[in-house]
Design a protein around this ligand. Sequence first.
Ligand SMILES: [Ca+2]
Length: 501
Amino acid sequence: MDAIASAMRIVFFLASLFSGVGLVAAEKPNLIFLFADDQNFDSLGCYGNPDVKTPNIDKLAADGLIFDAHYNTTAICMASRANVFLGQYEYRTGCNFNTGNLTVQQFRKSYPVLLRKAGYRTAFAGKFGVVIEGKKDDHGSFFDTWGGGPGQTHYETKKNKSMAEKYAKDYPHSTRSYGAFGRDFVKESVAAKKPFCLSISFKAPHRPVTPDPKFDDVYKGKTFRKPANYGRAAGSHFAEQSKKGRQYTRFESWGYATDYDATMAKYHQQIYAIDVAVGMIRDAVEEAGVSENTVIIYTSDNGFFCGAHGYGSKVLPYEESTRVPLIIYAPNSGTAGEGQRCSALTGNIDFAPTMLELAGLKAPPNTDGKSLVPLLSDPNGRVREHLAIMNFWGPEPTHCIGIVTDSHKYIHWYYAGDGMKPAEELYDLKTDRLELNNLVGNPDASGVLKSIRETYDSYVSSLKDHSRTPHYAKYATLFDRSTSWEAKQPLLPKKLTPAGK
Ligand SMILES: [Ca+2]
C-alpha cells in the first residue's frame, strides 16, 4: 500500500509540476528561498548535532528532503550569491570580492528577475551581497518588495535602511526582522492572489558575533562536543598552501583553540534566531492556507570550519567550509513528510534552474547548474557525476580547484612559490568524510586519481572557454597541470595578496 501511495504522490507531484506551464499564474507554486550566511552543516539537529536546538528547521527537514552532499561551488559570500542568482560557476559570473561585479544584463537572467517577468510577485530581504554595476543602492528596483541592503548589512535593524521604519521597533535584531518581513510578504502576496517568490538572505551567523540577546539563555553554560577532526593535528596533512590564508590563524584568533564552548554557544545562538524566523515564515504560510502549494528551500552561502582541522572561517575547499545544509520542502513531492535523505551531489548553482523549473520556466543558456526537481520525487536519483569547487580569492597560494564526485574529492593547488611544490589531495568521501587520509601516492587509489585528474582538466578547459573576464581566464593557465611554474609566474600580481588576520 505504501508503495502505491508513494507512487500516486509522485504522479500527482509531476502532474502538478508539468501542467504548470499552461495554467493561470495563481496555480504556480510559491517559492521561498532561505539563505543563512556561514552556517556549518553540523549546526542543526537534523544533521545529527545533539547539542543544538533547531526545532523549526528540523521540522522543515522532517516534512521535506534533507541533502547530504550539497556544496557551495565557491565558499564565500559574494561569489556564492552570484552562483545562486545566476546558476553559474564563479568564472562564468565573473563575480567575487575585488574581482568583479555583476552587470544589469547578467542580473536580468537571475532567477528572481525571470520569475517576476513570468508573473511572480518577488521580494528580497537581508544581505544582497552582490553589486550590480551602475545600481549602487538601487538593487530594490529588481523586486516588487525590498528589505535588502548592500554590503554586509547590519545586525541592528534600525541601521538597515529598507527595514528600519517598519520593523526596528518590534524586531531590533535583524534576524527576526526577516522572519517578520517574510510573514508579511506571504500574507500580502496571498491577498494579491499572485504566486510569489520570497528570497531571504540572513546575515546570521556571519561575524561580527552579535547574537540576539533575547536568546541569551538558550546555550548559557553549554558544553559542545567537538568533531573528530577538530584541532591542528587533524590538519597537518593538508597542503601547505592551505595554511597561507587567514583560515589558519583564525583557529586561534577566533577562539576555537582556547574558548571553544563559549565561541560555539554564540555561533549556535545566532542560528537559533534564524530557526525562530523560519518558524515565523512557516506559520504565515500555514495561516495563509498555501502550505500545499509553497516550496521552501533552506541552505547557507558557505560553511564554517569552527575549529575542524585547526582552521577557522571558510573559503577553502574542505568539507566544513564548502558542504552545507540543504533542505527542500516540496509539498506533494512524493517525499514530503517522510524525513528522507538524499545523497545526490548538488551545488549552489542548482537553485536557479530548480526554482525556474518549479515555475514552469526554462533555465537560460549558459546555466551550469542542474534542476533538482527530479530528486524531489526520487531521492535515490542523481543529477550529475561531478561538481567543481574553487577558490580564486585571498592570498595566491590558497587559490585552488577541487572536484567532488559521489565517492571522492580531489583538490589541486597550483602555487609553487616560497619553496612550495604544486600539491594535490584526494579523499575517499565514502569512508573518510572527515578528510583525515590523503590518498595521493597510495597505489590503491591510482586509478581514481587518474580519472579525477581528467575531470579536473575538463573544468580547467571550461574555465579557459567560459571565463567572463581576463582575470578569470588567466586561471586556465595557472591551473594547467602541464604548464611549468616558470611560465605561470608572469601571470601573478607583482605584489602577492597578504594573508591578513
Ligand atoms: Ca558567507
